[in-house]
Design a protein around this ligand. Structure first.
Ligand code: GTP
Ligand code: MG
Length: 487
């Protein structure tokens, strides 16, 4: 398809941005690291732990420049973008360490600059600037909308909403949809009701019992200052792919608003943030999908395919070819691995590897280096072996968060318990064959997995020194993401 005027303008803007960044990068070697993941995946905890570890001397044996002492200093400096909120690092550390609570949910983009002084292998002193950008994964999953017409999006969203557990959750919206005729005159009240019922359906899918991942448009569930605006007041209609919307019809109104959503939300995100990233970590809460059931796992797989597609889109811009390849490394990380016994960490990694590999095949992806890791940015548990009859079960010890329920017991947030969350199978394929029982189909208590939320660990202080946060494989993630830039 020939590029339209809007595409050319967009390309020119991207090019100017890339040139400015490129010039800057010549004098100050910089890595712009995107940290993303769907809501509650662990973004805030990951960034907080990463900065805390680098600035306060964490234990990172696998992060070579750190372990060999070549990093002389790492410290925070003012960030480069004046219009982006600063990542509230100090507050998050205080919540985590002093109050032993997890940080509150964040719904916007934020940024922080870390400057690392290090010695090259040849002895020369150098500085690497690491700009960390935290943005919701839901925004990333909006990028495929750029290549879809309203009609295509409607057809796909409707088809998806008729599958598996989604069909039941979409009931009220489908009933309303059946009363609408796309060719009828445009009507604000119909648009409002459709958008509300469609959003209710998306919200129900996200509930932890179903833990669905693929829920665009992302801002419907996190509208921010666009709440109530026409750009968020639309929904799919039952329309034909090749059809034309009659002037003044409900269809034309919905289509106009869908295009407005792309203009107001998706394109600026792509231009101002996504297209400027060099490296990307995608955090994935696979355990939430195991809790919910096989459909959630398949949905996660589809979401990861969508995400990989975005990185392909991101490589197509003109100047990024001429000057430097953008996003050249992508790490997929299964978070909260501390909920599993270490004997299952490799298995969790294998599940994610299998999910990403399949997604990568589908997306016909070729380009950046991709790796997979199972990690816990903050390790909230310890391990133990618990005797049950003759069996010795590999268990984990932790303090379940206040209000968590297991086997009819409600926890008070103070008592440490040993739990056996369930073993992952040695062959990840078994999980994808859909034979396990999750909350979406089975009452809690009878599910195959039950991962409780634990409180952050109680840390021992040695004198005035800030305590070190325990983690699992955070150093491996760092080595992949920036190790090569500190040679
Ligand atoms: N045990 C354990 N729990 C974690 C870890 N990281 C995150 N969590 C849990 O996951 C929840 C969400 O983590 P956040 O870092 O706030 O996730 P987020 O992706 O920033 O979430 P939003 O800001 O809501 O999009 C926390 O409240 C913890 O319950 C971890 O390393 N270990
Ligand atoms: Mg957050």
């Amino acid at each position: 398809m020939a590029p339209g005027f809007r595409d050319i303008v967009e390309e020119a803007r991207l090019s100017v941005r890339a040139l400015l960044d490129y010039g800057d990068g010549l004098f100050h070697p910089t890595v712009r690291l995107g940290v993303t993941g769907l809501s509650r995946a662990g973004k805030t905890v990951f960034i907080t732990a990463l900065i805390h570890g680098l600035t306060r001397g964490g234990r990172f044996p696998v992060f070579e420049p750190f372990a060999t002492g070549r990093i002389a200093r790492a410290g925070l400096e003012p960030q480069p973008d004046d219009a982006v909120p600063r990542f509230d690092y100090e507050n998050h550390v205080c919540t985590l360490i002093e109050q032993q609570r997890w940080p509150n949910s964040t719904v916007d983009i934020s940024e922080l600059r870390l400057v690392i002084d290090y010695q090259r292998h040849n002895g020369a002193d150098r500085t690497l600037t690491l700009d960390i950008v935290d943005y919701p994964g839901e925004w990333l999953l909006d990028l495929p909308l750029l290549n879809k017409s309203y009609e295509q999006w409607s057809i796909e969203s409707l088809a998806l909403s008729r599958e598996g557990p989604r069909a039941k959750l979409a009931g009220p919206w489908h009933n309303h949809l059946a009363t609408l005729n796309a060719g009828d005159r445009e009507n604000e009240q119909s648009a409002l009701a459709s958008a509300r019922l469609f959003t209710d359906y998306l919200r129900a899918c996200r509930d932890e019992r179903f833990a669905m991942s693929l829920l665009p448009p992302g801002r419907f569930l996190m509208p921010g200052n666009l709440k109530g605006s026409p750009a968020l007041t639309f929904a799919p209609l039952d329309v034909a792919a090749a059809g034309t919307a009659p002037d003044g019809s409900l269809w034309a109104m919905m289509r106009r608003r869908y295009e407005a959503y792309k203009d107001v939300v998706v394109r600026p995100f792509f231009r101002d943030h996504f297209a400027r990233l060099d490296r990307q970590i995608v955090l994935v809460d696979a355990l939430a999908a195991f809790n919910a059931g096989p459909e959630a796992l398949h949905d996660l797989e589809a979401a990861l395919a969508g995400i990989l597609d975005c990185f392909r889109i991101g490589r197509g811009t003109l100047l990024s070819h001429l000057f430097r390849p953008r996003i050249d490394r992508i790490l997929f990380a299964a978070t909260k691995a501390d909920h599993l016994h270490h004997s299952s960490h490799d298995r969790l990694e294998a599940v994610l590897r299998r999910t990403v590999a399949k997604a990568a095949d589908r997306a016909e992806y070729a380009g950046a280096a991709i790796d997979v890791v199972a990690l816990a940015a903050v390790r909230a548990t310890r391990e133990a072996t618990v005797a049950r009859g003759r069996d010795r079960l590999p268990s984990i010890l932790g303090t379940p968060a206040c209000g968590e329920v297991s086997n009819g017991e409600t926890f008070d947030g103070e008592t440490e318990v040993a739990t056996f969350p369930g073993d992952l199978p040695a062959d990840p394929q078994q999980l994808f064959e859909g034979t396990f029982r999750g909350l979406s189909s089975t009452p809690s208590g009878n599910t195959d997995f039950r991962f409780l939320r634990f409180r952050p660990p109680r840390l021992e202080r040695a004198g005035d020194e800030a305590p070190v946060l325990p983690h699992i494989r955070l150093d491996r993630a760092l080595q992949f993401l920036i190790g090569d830039r500190l040679q």
